[in-house]
Design a protein around this ligand. Structure first.
Ligand code: SAH
Length: 255
C-alpha cells in the first residue's frame, strides 16, 4: 500500500456537488475524495442536511472533510475562483459537445492552478445551463447502464485525475478565473445584442459556440480584460451614433 502526500492538483482540486438529494451519497462522496487525496468539497443548493447522521456514517474517516464543505446558492458562485471546470455526465447530449474520456483531459486538469469537477443531482444529472459553465465534460465509459451512483462517479473521476499515472507537469498554466470569464461572456452577450449580432431567440446557441471557442483559448486574466476593452470600445462607438464620420477618437487602453 502506498500513500504519498497529496499532489499539488489534489490540494487545489474542488469537487462540486450540484443539488444532491441523499445525505448518504454526500458522505460517500466525501469518503471517495479523501481516498483520492482531494479535500475541497463544495455543495450547491443541497436538498438535504449534508451533516445528517447518514452522511456522517457514510463518510467514515472523512467526517472533517464533510464538515468543512462549503455551501453555495449557485454553481456560478461555486466556480468563481476556479480556472477550469470539468462537468461530468452519464449521457451523451445531442445539443452539447460530446463528453470525453477523463484520461483525455488529464493534462488539462493537472496543468490548471484551480480546477473543479462538477457532479449533478442523482435523478437528473447536470442540466444544460450547468454544463455550459464547464469548459469540458467527461463521461466514465460503462456498460449499457451508464448512470453511476453519484459517490462512485466522484471516486472514479477523482481517481483518473489524481491517482491515474501521468507525467503532465502540475500547475503549469495561469488562466483567468471562471468569474473573469463569466463576466466577459456577459459583456460579450450584451454587446452582441447591442449590435444586433444575435437576438433573444438565437442568443443561447450563439453564446454556446462563442464560449466553446474562447474557452479553448485558455485566456489569461489580462487577456480577458483586453477582450472586454474591445467590447467597451464597440459600445462607445455605437453610442456615438452609427454612420457618423467621427473625427473624435477614443481608444480603450489595453491593460
Ligand atoms: N440520470 C442521470 C445520472 C445522474 S447520476 C443522467 O442520466 O445524467 C449523478 C451524477 O453522477 C451525474 O450527474 C454525474 O455527475 C455522475 N455520473 C453518473 N454516471 C456517470 C458516468 N458514467 N460518467 C461520468 N459521470 C457520471
Amino acid at each position: 500500500m502506498s500513500s504519498a502526500a497529496p499532489s499539488p492538483t489534489a490540494q487545489s482540486l474542488a469537487v462540486v456537488l450540484v443539488s444532491p438529494k441523499t445525505p448518504g451519497n454526500i458522505g460517500a462522496a466525501a469518503r471517495a475524495m479523501l481516498n483520492m487525496g482531494a479535500s475541497d468539497l463544495r455543495i450547491v443548493a443541497p436538498r438535504c442536511d449534508y451533516l445528517d447522521s447518514q452522511a456522517v456514517a457514510m463518510a467514515v474517516h472523512a467526517g472533517d472533510l464533510l464538515r468543512s464543505a462549503k455551501i453555495y446558492p449557485t454553481l456560478r458562485e461555486a466556480l468563481a475562483d476556479r480556472d477550469l471546470s470539468v462537468g461530468t455526465s452519464a449521457r451523451i447530449r445531442a445539443d452539447l459537445p460530446a463528453p470525453r474520456h477523463p484520461a483525455q483531459v488529464r493534462g488539462l486538469v493537472r496543468e490548471a492552478a484551480a480546477p473543479a469537477l462538477v457532479f449533478g443531482p442523482e435523478e437528473t444529472g447536470l442540466i444544460n445551463s450547468d454544463l455550459e459553465q464547464c469548459q469540458v465534460t467527461v463521461r466514465i465509459p460503462t456498460g449499457d447502464y451508464a448512470s453511476l451512483n453519484l459517490a462512485q462517479a466522484v471516486l472514479l473521476v477523482c481517481y483518473e485525475f489524481l491517482q491515474g499515472q501521468d507525467d503532465v507537469p502540475e500547475h503549469s498554466r495561469q488562466t483567468a478565473t471562471r468569474e473573469d470569464m463569466e463576466a466577459m461572456y456577459g459583456h460579450l452577450q450584451d454587446t452582441m445584442h447591442l449590435i444586433g449580432y444575435t437576438d433573444a431567440v438565437r442568443g443561447r446557441h450563439t453564446m454556446r459556440l462563442w464560449r466553446a471557442m474562447l474557452d479553448r483559448a485558455l485566456m489569461s486574466s489580462a487577456e480577458s480584460r483586453m477582450f472586454r476593452g474591445l467590447l467597451r470600445q464597440v459600445k462607445w462607438k455605437v453610442e456615438q451614433g452609427s454612420g457618423k464620420a467621427s473625427t473624435e477618437i477614443r481608444i480603450e487602453s489595453e491593460e
